[in-house]
Design a protein around this ligand. Sequence first.
Ligand code: SF4
Ligand code: SF4
Ligand code: SF4
Length: 254
Amino acid sequence: MAKKKVKIGFFSLTCCEGCGFAVLDLEEKLLKAFEQIEIVESRVLMEKPSPKASKLDIAFIEGSVISNHDLDKLQEVRKKTDFLVALGACATIVGINGIRNVLPGGIRERLKEKAIKPMREKAFPLSAFVKVDYLLQGCSINEEEFLDFLNKFLHGVKPVLEEVPVCFECKLKENGCLLLKGIACLGPVTYAGCDALCPSNNAQCIGCRGFTKDGNFSSLDSLFKDFGLSKKERFNLFTYFNPLPEKLKDLEGK
Ligand code: SF4
Ligand code: SF4
Ligand code: SF4
């Protein structure tokens, strides 16, 4: 008897849908996996809109919760899904949607008034409301990492998150360190997995894979201060993708 296929759904909350398109970019590689999976819900990957599935083995959700509509959708998917994966920075750490969380109150209110759908006071990652079983980090996600996760899942191997900072991969690549040139790089406090993409191209890491649990934020912030970055510039850098770390609360308020 043919093995039962793993039922998968892709869902988008508020975001640019770039992570969904990154999956689409896998083309042939994704087609190979089709022997073992069945995509039963996806706006991007299916030709015609699909009827809602009643049960899913895996749900991939991109985007942040910004509206009550997002929240209803997230809770509905969680109820019918065995394994829920947050896809990309908007879903895992709030990502660029978090910019509205740090806007002055007056501007946030004006945005809310002009919004085409009713907005909540702030934007949140999925884990603020539901249990998330796995995180695929990045803005956008790393396609190979997505495939690796899927292959492991299909072979019954429990995927484990790498808990080392970007600097680890940067050193493996023998890159010169940008900090030595006075460039504010968030690699020491950001989770690896992107093969140190930005520093390998001479650009600072801006934290899109999320901050590590035990990062030394205070000493990195003092280093950036020594580089001549103002309080506002440091605040903007640390909150580009992530909520402001507790230890840097004194950067608030300009
Ligand atoms: S993480 Fe980046 S690429 Fe993915 S949906 Fe959000 S903004 Fe788009
Ligand atoms: S360039 Fe950035 S990521 Fe690379 S070692 Fe230096 S601080 Fe770490
Ligand atoms: S180096 Fe940093 S900002 Fe660049 S892709 Fe990696 S985690 Fe994201």
